[in-house]
Design a protein around this ligand. Sequence first.
Ligand code: NAP
Ligand code: GDD
Length: 366
Amino acid sequence: METKKNVALITGVTGQDGSYLSEFLLAKGYDVHGVIRRSSVDFRERIAHLEGKPNFHLHYADMTDSMSLVKLVGKVLPTEIYNLAAQSHVQVSFDAPEYTANADATGVLRILEAVRTNHLEKTCKIYQASTSELYGKVEEVPQNENTPFHPYSPYAVAKLYGYWIIREYREAYNMFCCSGILFNHESERRGETFVTRKITLAAARIKQGKQEKLYLGNLSSLRDWGYAKDYVECMWLILQQEKPEDFVIATGEQHSVREFCYLAFKYAGIELEFQGEGINEKGIDKATGKVLVEVSEDFYRPTDVVNLWGDPTKAKTQLGWNPQKTTFEELVHIMVQHDMQKVAADHVASVMRTNLAEYLEKGLVK
Ligand code: NAP
Ligand code: GDD
């Protein structure tokens, strides 16, 4: 008997998770279809190495455009949808709350309705990228699948709608749709304004004389940080279960922004000492006495989530997933090593560009 081809549709394919998930599913033999948006910049850095592969296809659509999603689902006929697209920056959600709700809340409903409109409820499974931000102003530490939610930003409130509409369609229409409640996961592909990547890039730039100082917000905020590459496997595992269920995905370990910063600078070759408190706290280079890290109110949020710590017991026992595959130390090391090389390479490229401009000006190169 002919086995049916696995066809995945990934929204958010250009993002950190979308890029790793695409690699993971292609390696499993899936046909992978990704949603892209029109942008003035055509270079899609994280998936550039996948473009042109025979089983990898890109399509224009948008989470805020129902018809584009209905048409795309009808064209691709996916067996699995991974809904990763979102305005994913918590601080930005305070500046653009309505757009965040449109993409992150109503967008989930649009995906579900696109599946129903195309009569694929029985054949298409849906993974929703839910988040530890749902726990927000936490009511229990550590947090598991039964911990009450208390969203604490426009982003989290939008994601709460996504979580509940997924559950509702599961119960009302018997659809196979699940949430992965993922705690923070980072990588060398992490967006540059999230705190971990901002720190690893700054540590590399400061070490190589390209930046003077790093300004951060709340250094005492606590997160359960894992490696994105390990986390995309869980998205897939969640959809391979017998029945649709929600899972917390986390490492079970908690660290502060300050600790992340200390370790990142250490791996870049700088030992920091933190002195002072609150807005006056500073990270000082022990060897030179120079202040390299300062706190700025610009990076404080109107309401901040400060105590995220996940309990991955269910994922460990039911999915057979190893939450400690990449340790905190390894994660920071991977990111710093990558950014040390990136900063050095950017420097070489910029010197070459300057030299070329000079040669052209002097008529030395035709
Ligand atoms: P990311 O790097 O910010 O990627 C977000 C993706 O969503 C990008 O591909 C982006 O496209 C796309 N997107 C945004 N608005 C869209 C719209 N209106 N229509 C179509 N596509 C749109 O995020 P990530 O870190 O990979 O996270 C993936 C998902 O997991 C997100 O839903 C996030 O909220 C959730 N999540 C992340 C974490 C984490 O720690 N990383 C933890 C829990 C949950 P462009 O490239 O065109 O901007
Ligand atoms: N971005 C940022 N920049 N955060 C800072 C800074 C800074 O300069 N200084 C301190 N922080 C603190 C924030 O206040 C927050 O408490 C913590 O560092 C982590 O911030 P982010 O890295 O921006 O991530 P996030 O936890 O708000 O959101 C990420 O994780 C969520 C899962 O818990 C995003 O990926 C969300 O999409 C995801 O849902």
